[in-house]
Design a protein around this ligand. Structure first.
Ligand SMILES: Nc1ncnc2c1ncn2[C@@H]1O[C@H](COP(=O)(O)OP(=O)(O)OP(=O)(O)O)[C@@H](O)[C@H]1O
Ligand SMILES: [Mg+2]
Length: 257
């Protein structure tokens, strides 16, 4: 009896240790966490309503939903362009609630943001557009000369470095935006309708690139209306409806439930 009780105790300890290890891995591997997040703009109805969402490092997550469902608002909170009215957003284990200005600049460099409207500098070449993102942070010239061509090769624009944005197709311009978003080696690419202005072929190329980047370990969070690219990705799909998460499928298809 005594021996049985000892074994039981040992088993309990092992279980406890396993659980602690699991919890440590869980907290380590979470990149973004929305904890009871609501957003209300100026006494209007809730645009986001008690959102609980966890995104692990290395995941590829598509956020879909009707126009006005709150997708962009959700993504802006990760970049701290909007803040929750209630609840908190955590990034890599740290609350973004009261982030200082100095930390905010560092935080934003860990996120590569991409929008529908490519905001490229028209007077600068492809190389210069990407290099500029490094110059403003005081990166040494030698590093810029090494890193920029590398990243442009990754997005398939190694031979277009001296072109100006007006000399590129929409798809190519969006690849420059992607290169610029990748140049700081971010933990996550947050893409809000990145293919909104592109034709189906160019859209597919962008999603393939996002999948490749994700394979190399970068987390990707994509808001999209585009059925084809969400289905092509065949990754986790989170459906937002009137500010609530109504579906969350590990290997989902585009759907608005
Ligand atoms: N700064 C703001 N002030 C007031 N209302 C806002 C603000 N930003 C967004 N909204 C409102 O919040 C709602 C959600 O907007 P959001 O841009 O997040 O939707 P969305 O799902 O990204 O839509 P879409 O698919 O059209 O891009 C909309 O009704 C919008 O009008
Ligand atoms: Mg939007």
């Amino acid at each position: 009896m005594k021996r049985e009780s000892k074994i039981k105790k040992e088993e309990d300890n092992i279980e406890l240790e396993d659980r602690i290890e699991e919890l440590e891995v869980e907290s380590d591997s979470t990149l973004v966490r929305f904890d009871h997040v609501s957003k209300i703009f100026k006494n209007d109805k809730a645009i986001l309503d008690n959102i609980n969402l966890e995104i692990k490092k290395g995941e590829f997550v598509s956020i879909v939903g009707h126009s006005g469902a709150g997708k962009s608002t959700l993504l802006k909170m990760i970049h701290v362009e909007e803040s929750p009215t209630e609840g908190s957003v955590y990034f890599d284990g740290v609350s973004l609630d009261m982030i200082s200005r100095r930390k905010l600049a560092y935080h934003r460099r860990r996120i590569g943001m991409i929008f529908q409207d490519f905001k490229l500098l028209p007077q600068k070449t492809v190389f210069e557009n990407v290099a500029y993102a490094l110059e403003v942070c005081g990166t040494p010239k030698a590093e810029i000369l090494e890193d920029v061509p590398q990243i442009l090769d990754i997005v398939g624009l190694g031979d277009k470095m001296e072109k100006f944005p007006r000399q590129l197709s929409g798809g190519e311009q969006q690849k420059v935006v992607l290169a610029r978003a990748l140049i700081h080696k971010p933990l996550v690419i947050v893409a809000d309708e990145p293919t909104g202005n592109l034709d189906p072929n160019n859209s597919l190329e962008i999603v393939k690139l996002l999948l490749d980047i994700n394979k190399l370990g970068t987390t990707v969070i994509l808001a999209s209306h585009d059925h084809d690219i969400v289905n092509k990705a065949s990754k986790r799909v989170v459906v937002l409806d009137h500010g609530k998460i109504i579906c969350d499928d590990a290997k989902g298809k585009y759907k608005i439930c």
